[in-house]
Design a protein around this ligand. Structure first.
Ligand code: HEM
Length: 214
């Protein structure tokens, strides 16, 4: 007869067996935007302004991955699939990875580390400062993402990682402001609505627990 701990162990290993290939699949899928850029670059498909193409693509994918990271908790609560939480860190780190690519494309390939040129550009396009603020705020979240840091920081980890809400809001402001110069609000409106829904869901969940406690 298997003991309770045997059953528990079997369940855990079954979970792990399912989780590892799933994580590999998600990891490979999340590399798609980079693979696409590499393929387009190799086949001359990046258009007349490849730097602009790469900046825009990496910026948009940073935002997409930020939204997916924010969506994990609500989707987990709605579906009851607790394993979804196991993917959150990886998706968040992908958001950071694309933010690094986005930032590097700008300071390296667009501005060639020319600080004067960057300052002039920021003067002309202040939305860049907002993007920079979002990027700087992402750094501590990426640095403290390993499990060992979660344990080390305890409750402070959760407080720190709440900055993701501010980062998402700054990312939308950055996007909106950038597109304002072109009077093209279609995508900022879509992503803005997604972020409002995701942050609104959290605000309601927070209010509910407050009311319950009271
Ligand atoms: C979390 C951080 C960031 C996010 C989520 C983000 C997101 C975006 C998005 C969605 C776009 C528009 C893409 C499109 O046109 O479809 C964009 C454009 C842009 N971003 Fe960011 N960004 C971030 C940080 C930064 C940083 C740190 C810089 C530079 C210091 C930067 C510089 C730019 C520039 C220059 C453009 C416009 C490119 C053009 O003129 O076509 N962004 N970003």
């Amino acid at each position: 007869m298997p003991t309770a701990s045997d059953i528990k162990g079997t369940r855990a290993s079954a979970g792990v067996r399912w989780l590892v290939p799933a994580k590999v699949v998600v990891f490979i899928a999340m590399l798609y935007p980079l693979a696409r850029l590499v393929l387009l670059g190799a086949t001359g498909g990046l258009g007349a302004n490849p730097i602009e193409f790469i900046t825009r693509s990496t910026g948009l994918w940073t935002l997409v991955y930020l939204c997916i990271t924010l969506a994990v908790t609500p989707v987990r609560r709605m579906t009851g699939v607790a394993a979804l939480l196991r993917f959150r860190r990886m998706i968040g780190l992908f958001a950071f990875f694309f933010a690094v690519l986005h930032f590097t494309t700008y300071i390296w390939f667009d501005k060639w580390f020319d600080v004067a040129a960057m300052l002039k550009d920021i003067g002309k396009r202040p939305f860049i400062t907002v993007g920079f603020a979002a990027f700087v705020l992402l750094i501590p979240l990426a640095v403290t993402s390993p499990k060992v840091m979660v344990r080390k920081l305890g409750r402070r980890w959760q407080t720190l990682h709440r900055t993701i809400y501010l980062i998402a809001a700054l990312a939308i402001l950055h996007f909106w402001w950038m597109k304002a110069g072109k009077h093209d609000f279609e995508l900022p409106k879509i992503y803005g609505s997604i972020v409002i829904v995701l942050l609104g869901w959290r605000a309601i969940a927070w209010l509910r627990t407050r009311i319950k406690r009271a």
